[in-house]
Ligand binder design. Structure first.
Ligand SMILES: *Cc1c(COP(=O)(O)O)cnc(C)c1O
Ligand SMILES: [Zn+2]
Length: 439
């Protein structure tokens, strides 16, 4: 068997067929991951093939995920793949952002350039392929955010029915709008996130619905290609640091796995260090990493945050499911975790906007975190850094308008200063007056 699922717990490591319908290890309940037999191709061959596919007109080659299919060989055939040309996101140099953080140079890998505007698309093309392969006709997730938007698009494109469960009274309109437009059956349940998750698990089994929540190991496989594409774009020169926001920590798990596997394949000669940034009001992983690094605890355990609070809704997660994988990857890469305030996120976001780049609030945590890590001397000013912007600027226009007009409030009602504000001006219908205003 070329590909298998394996339990992530070091004490278990039980293997299962790749086609078994599992979300957790049936023996011990831990997370699952995909593992593969060693590849036959050399690193040189892979680099050449991946580069050549950029000029191809075949849909599979045009996908920024499936172009790297040798790195994610969990399918037996590619007939069930649906691609919206996900990935293919740019590396953008940002001078003002570098200066703001205190770095000589800074490059963003902007995942907001994806078809539905976030990196969730990299994973969703894989998750839906696995759903089709397993003969499912319906897929579901619990989310009000980018996962819903992405799942709705990919499921509908694949002829699957997307079903979204959202906690009542916790709606983010930009993202929900996408889900509705892409044809998702949307159910608002009068319960909190965890209660709905338990409910959906029960219903999914009963109705044969395939779950595409964060723990889905095939989504993680797709998100690995973000790192492959980044390295291809850099001619396989690994950066010193990769900085990303942390919510459910699936992306941290994916990046770490990708970088380790690519090092084993000889595609890169060293591992970049991972820096995971969380919002202060939802920072259980930051606490865990610091506790672990200080005490070298044998059995680290994440302490969930019961009421996570942040305006960066994409990382408003109190009990991140992928923390064991993420902790392993941060430790293995000699990485760090940092936390940032609402004010720091808001200002960093405006600075990224001024670069002509823009991103959603959760993404801006990367720049805010970088600034702190550089000030603390953990990352030197001349480091080679790639920061990942996870979502598109238009995901949250309400936040933007409030920030620039000076009325943005944090989750606790605290005023957020419009330090980099850009107020629209009201002017009379008078050319002389307008000329005076524009000086
Ligand atoms: C999902 C998401 C995150 C958090 O990613 P995790 O893998 O859950 O840590 C951050 N930013 C954006 C824009 C997202 O959509
Ligand atoms: Zn197990």
């Amino acid at each position: 068997m070329a590909a298998e699922l394996v339990c992530f717990a070091p004490t278990c490591r039980t293997r299962f067929p790749i086609t078994e319908l599992l979300y957790n290890c049936p023996k011990c309940g831990s997370l699952l991951e995909a593992i593969y037999e060693p590849l036959e191709q050399s690193a040189l061959m892979l680099k050449r093939v991946w580069r050549e596919r950029r000029t191809s007109n075949a849909p599979l080659d045009q996908s920024g995920v499936w172009r790297f299919r040798e790195l994610i060989p969990f399918l037996a055939s590619y007939n069930c793949v649906v691609t919206l040309r996900e990935g293919n996101t740019p590396l953008l140099e940002a001078r003002q952002a570098a200066q703001y953080a205190g770095l000589d140079r800074l490059v963003f890998k902007h995942q907001g350039f994806n078809p539905t505007g976030s990196f969730k698309d990299n994973g969703m093309t894989c998750g839906t392929a696995q759903a089709l392969r397993l003969g499912r006709t319906r897929v579901a997730c619990v989310s009000t955010g980018n996962t819903s938007a992405s799942m709705a698009a990919y499921a509908s494109a694949a002829g699957l029915q997307p079903i979204i469960f959202i906690p009542h009274g916790n709606i983010s309109y930009g993202k929900l709008a996408q889900a509705l437009e892409y044809g998702a059956r949307t159910l608002q349940v009068e319960a909190n996130f965890d209660q709905i998750l338990a409910l959906v698990r029960q219903i999914a089994e009963q109705l044969g619905i395939y779950l595409l929540n964060s723990i889905n190991p095939f989504r993680i496989e797709g998100q690995k290609t973000i790192m492959a594409e980044m390295l291809d774009q850099r001619d396989w020169q690994a950066p010193d640091w990769v900085v990303l926001p942390g919510g459910n920590l699936g992306n941290t798990a994916a990046f770490g796995k990708a970088l380790r596997e690519m090092k084993e394949l000889g595609l890169i000669s060293r591992l970049p260090r991972l820096a995971v940034i969380q919002a202060e009001g939802a920072a259980p992983f930051y606490e865990l990493v610091h506790k672990t690094q200080k005490s070298r605890a044998k059995k680290p355990q994440l302490q969930a945050v019961e009421h996570p609070e942040t305006l960066a809704t994409a990382i408003k997660i109190g009990d991140p499911v992928s923390w064991p994988k993420a902790l392993y990857e941060v430790t293995t890469s000699q990485g760090v975790a940092e936390k940032v305030t609402e004010q720091e996120i808001a200002d960093a976001k405006a600075v990224i906007g001024r670069c002509g780049i823009g991103c959603e609030p959760a993404s801006a945590a990367t720049l805010a975190g970088l600034k702190k890590l550089i000030a603390a001397g953990i990352i030197p000013a001349d480091a080679d850094v790639v920061a990942v912007l996870t979502g598109h600027v238009l995901k949250d226009p309400d936040y933007i308008y409030r920030y620039h007009t000076g009325v943005l409030e944090g989750p606790g009602g605290e005023h957020i200063h419009s330090n980099y504000g850009n107020q629209p001006l009201v002017v009379p219908n008078d050319p002389a007056e307008i000329a005076r205003v524009l000086g």
